[in-house]
Write a protein that binds this ligand. Structure first.
Ligand code: TRP
Length: 356
């Protein structure tokens, strides 16, 4: 009996920095778990990076980040034999598809998207200087998803509305031109955000984030991991924060619920010093990071390997995208428009007994 095709999954990241522990527990673990039962496409969304970082010196950092985000994902156990890693800007059909989808999305719909406002704010872009590129961010993302005809899209909460827009694009398109796109569905990460390290506002429970500079990166050496974890506090001055303490929220992700509850009891009873608690949490993090670090170093040592994986994947993504673009153009009548022009030109050449 023929096997049912696996559902297509598409997700990925903007190459704005190396991946960190927040990505690991919030999305990478999930990607690894899903890779066997899905046909996976993992995008490195460099065009989306341009929406807030268009300057030449900003893009200058992108090539090394592209390499790092792929390296990080290979190191955590994503298998390039099962997963197609690809570079967004290396798939020209996606630009074409994005333009066609733009015809279907009201501008006011995009103006309501909250994540775009916060991205604009983070990029110091005032509302009245919002670029077309940033406004159309979700439409480009819709093109990424629809070009692969993906149905499963694991993302964080901040991207949920983007996936709704992709879904709207698909359903409006299908209504206007006939059924072509399956409706994608967001699969929202259930894992609570990991608190960031450091002191001051970045370390007081703020979400671990590369832009806040409060992350433990997957490539960090053991001493840096230890020093960063040692910044977690359990009280703020005289008040104990208990379960709300960043230390405990962080510990839960690596020690588990019960050992974290036990740690709390020990801390409250003075049976363990803060330094010893840090050491216990560091040990648990290291148990996860050590094998990742080892694989990362081995992969990084093979010159050209990461690049080859990305090039192979991008060529495959191009094939898939070209098929979808062709079918999109056919459904909209663009292919027959061009075909008609060519046919008339050929007929004229034939009538004049001259090759065109
Ligand atoms: N918007 C995603 C981010 O926040 C990156 C991305 C681009 C993406 N295209 C995608 C995610 C398609 C899922 C599906 O970084």
């Amino acid at each position: 009996m023929a096997q049912a095709p696996k559902p297509r999954l598409l997700t990925g990241d903007r190459p704005t920095g190396p991946l960190h522990l927040g990505h690991l527990v919030g999305s990478l673990d999930n990607r690894v778990a899903l890779q066997d039962d899905h046909e996976c496409f993992i995008i490195v969304a460099d065009l989306h990076t341009l929406t807030t970082r268009p300057r030449k010196h900003e893009f200058g950092e992108v090539p090394s980040f592209v390499r790092e985000v792929v390296l990080d994902q290979l190191a955590v156990g994503l298998d390039p034999a099962k997963v197609t890693f690809y570079l967004q800007s290396g798939v020209p059909a996606v630009y074409d598809l994005a333009i066609l989808l733009q015809m279907l999305v009201p501008k006011t719909r995009l103006e309501q998207v909250k994540s775009l406002r916060s991205m604009a704010r983070a990029a110091a872009m005032p509302d009245d200087a919002m670029t077309m590129g940033l406004l159309a961010y979700p439409v480009l993302q819709a093109a990424d998803i629809l070009m692969a005809r993906a149905t499963v899209v694991p993302v964080g909460l901040d991207n949920e509305e983007h996936i709704m827009i992709a879904r709207e694009c698909a359903s409006v398109f299908n209504e206007l031109y006939g059924d072509l796109f399956p409706l994608p569905e967001a699969k929202i990460s259930q894992f609570p955000a990991l608190p960031g390290v450091g002191t001051g506002p970045v370390g007081s429970g703020a979400k671990m984030s590369k832009s806040l500079g409060n992350a433990v990166n997957l490539g960090d050496p053991p001493t840096r991991v230890r020093d960063k974890i040692a910044t977690f506090t359990y009280d703020d001055g005289d008040r104990r924060l208990g379960d709300q303490a960043p230390l405990l929220a962080f510990a839960r992700a690596f020690l588990g619920d019960e050992p974290t509850a036990a740690l709390r009891v020990e801390l409250d009873g003075g049976a363990i010093t803060l330094a010893a608690a840090h050491a216990r949490v560091t040990e648990a993090v290291e148990a996860r990071l050590a094998p990742i670090r080892e694989r990362r170093a081995a992969l990084a040592g093979e010159a050209g390997l990461v690049e080859e994986i990305l090039v192979d994947g991008t060529i495959r993504a191009r094939e898939v995208a070209n098929v979808t673009l062709q079918r999109t153009r056919e459904a909209m009548g663009l292919e027959s428009l061009w075909g008609g022009l060519v046919a008339a030109t050929e007929a004229r050449a034939k009538a004049r007994r001259k090759p065109y």
